[in-house]
Design a protein around this ligand. Structure first.
Ligand code: BG6
Length: 484
């Protein structure tokens, strides 16, 4: 397969929080892969900026160790790694004070693409934005990359948008949701808008319901303090699941352009109906499978924060009226599995005598692991015995379908960072989108807080609380099995 790596312009990428967990686990190992693929032009530089009192050599050593720990196969390329870390620089900086800013100003070049990645606590976003300007580092072409959480409700998100807007134009702000950088998430758009087959059926005449499941096996140990103030709703639903829902439900944009796509996503969020309390199930994992309970992990014995949530949502528009969207996400579940499933309606009439079984076409799009698609179709059971119908999968794993020549799928972060350098905002959230998502989320959270809703306990290694099953059963439906 011919390499389709599209070169980008020479850049200076400053990573605030350059010594942090995200930088070491994802951002820098990802950039190393891009470097190896030849996408990082010569002369481009990555500048770590953080509080730690390191020098350039110390930072290079730290990142070499991070790549060795968190990188994939590429970490064995020691020559490549040596060349990569030679592109790294470091500035010890005080986000809230003056320390380090003059040095940063002297390092960052004005005649290349400048990107500033804010991989720090959101409370520092405003300070960084301001100091980049007061120290004349950023200009009208610079880009800033802002990590989640983008606020914790509508009010804080709005305030953050306003702060950023005093220093940067919307076209310079890249709000990251790493789910949008996942290969299969983009494939959702290719499947919907690149095939004749699905789009005509993609509506309430043919679709019975849609399920979105993002199940994780990890708990919140290590980040309990953050998580306990967020819960699954803020940590996963308001952003990742909402983005998946938008891509599944949106109208076809007129073209694959940043604003065209984001306009359509925004309409979906605005059409989301308030969710009735009895259509929400919140859960908390119990101890088990050699792990602690959620409350122990979060170090809060009285916590009412949910580590699992299932909900039934409705989109009030012509395409989707009457089609439930069931969302579900949780930690410490049976398997790591993310999947979107479109369940089509029953046939209105069966011409086959004696065929009482219900046959349904089901399209499932697997995000992770083993990315691929599976379409369940009805066929005749082979062999004698009359017209007996069975359901079989037309199963395609992308890895199998594309064969051994398939290029290594880039990690979500590396893809998104390259989009920033290229100036392509399609896979980033616009300010109004984030605010609309909070407008829908806030009343739901306020509702269960006002009710003092206590999450239901579920066993670690299970599929979540029984109530989530019951919610589906009441509708005469069932969740897809969670399997790795
Ligand atoms: C993050 C959440 O945004 O996404 C984490 O804060 C979650 O809680 C993670 O574990 C899941 O991402 P992925 O790519 O592993 O599915």
């Amino acid at each position: 397969m011919v390499s389709r790596v599209i070169p980008v312009e020479t850049f200076d990428l400053v990573i605030f929080g350059g010594t942090g967990d995200l930088a070491r686990r994802k951002i820098l190992p990802g950039l190393f892969r891009r470097f190896r693929s030849g996408q990082m032009p010569e002369g481009s530089r990555i500048i770590g900026a953080a509080r730690s009192d390191l020098d350039q050599a110390g930072y290079r050593q730290m990142i070499a160790a991070a790549v060795a720990e968190f990188g994939g196969e590429e970490k064995h390329d020691s020559k490549g790694l040596e060349a990569f870390i030679a592109t790294l620089d470091y500035v010890a900086i005080d986000a809230k004070g003056e320390g380090g800013w003059a040095e940063l100003a002297s390092i960052v070049r004005k005649d290349v693409v400048q990107a500033f990645y804010f991989s720090v606590a959101p409370s520092l976003f405003g300070d960084l934005a301001e100091r980049l300007h007061t120290n004349s580092i950023a200009n009208a072409q610079s880009r800033i990359v802002v990590e989640k959480p983008f606020g914790r409700d509508l009010e804080t998100a709005r305030a953050l948008n306003e702060t950023l807007a005093t220093h940067f134009d919307e076209s310079q702000i890249y709000r990251i949701d790493h789910y949008l950088g996942k290969e299969t998430v983009q494939n959702l758009m290719a499947v919907r808008f690149g095939n004749m087959l699905f789009e005509p059926l993609w509506n309430n005449h043919y679709v019975d319901h849609i399920q979105i499941t993002v199940a994780e096996t990890v708990g919140v140990g290590g980040r309990g303090a953050y998580y306990d103030k967020s819960g699954a709703m803020r940590d996963m639903v308001q952003n990742h699941l909402m983005q998946l829902l938008c891509l599944i439900a949106m109208e076809p944009p007129s073209q694959f352009g940043a604003d065209e796509v984001r306009d359509e996503k925004l309409k979906v969020i605005r059409a989301l109906q308030p969710v009735e309390p009895h259509h929400i199930v919140r859960g908390q994992y119990d101890a088990g499978y050699d792990g602690k309970s959620y409350r122990e992990d979060a170090e809060n014995p009285r916590s009412f924060t949910e580590s699992f949530i299932a909900m039934k949502c409705e989109i009030a528009n012509w395409r989707w009226a009457g089609v439930p969207f069931y969302l579900r996400t949780g930690k410490r579940m049976k398997a790591r599995s993310s999947e979107i499933t479109v369940v089509f309606k029953d046939l209105g009439h069966s011409i086959f005598e004696g065929d009482e079984a219900r046959h349904r076409n089901i399209l499932s799009i697997r995000l992770q692991p083993n990315e691929g698609m599976d379409l369940q179709v009805t066929i005749k059971e082979p062999g004698p015995g009359g017209m007996r119908l069975i359901d079989v999968p037309l199963d395609m794993s992308f890895a199998d379908a594309l064969g051994p020549d398939a290029e290594e799928v880039p990690d979500a972060y590396e893809r998104l960072i390259m989009d920033v350098i290229r100036g392509n905002q399609t896979l980033f959230m616009r300010g109004d989108e984030v605010e609309a998502a909070w407008s829908w989320t806030d009343p739901l959270i306020n509702g269960w807080e006002a009710r003092n809703d206590v999450p239901k306990l579920y066993d670690a290694g299970s599929t979540g609380p029984e109530d989530a099953m019951a919610m589906m059963h009441r509708d005469g439906r069932k969740w897809r099995e969670i399997k790795a």
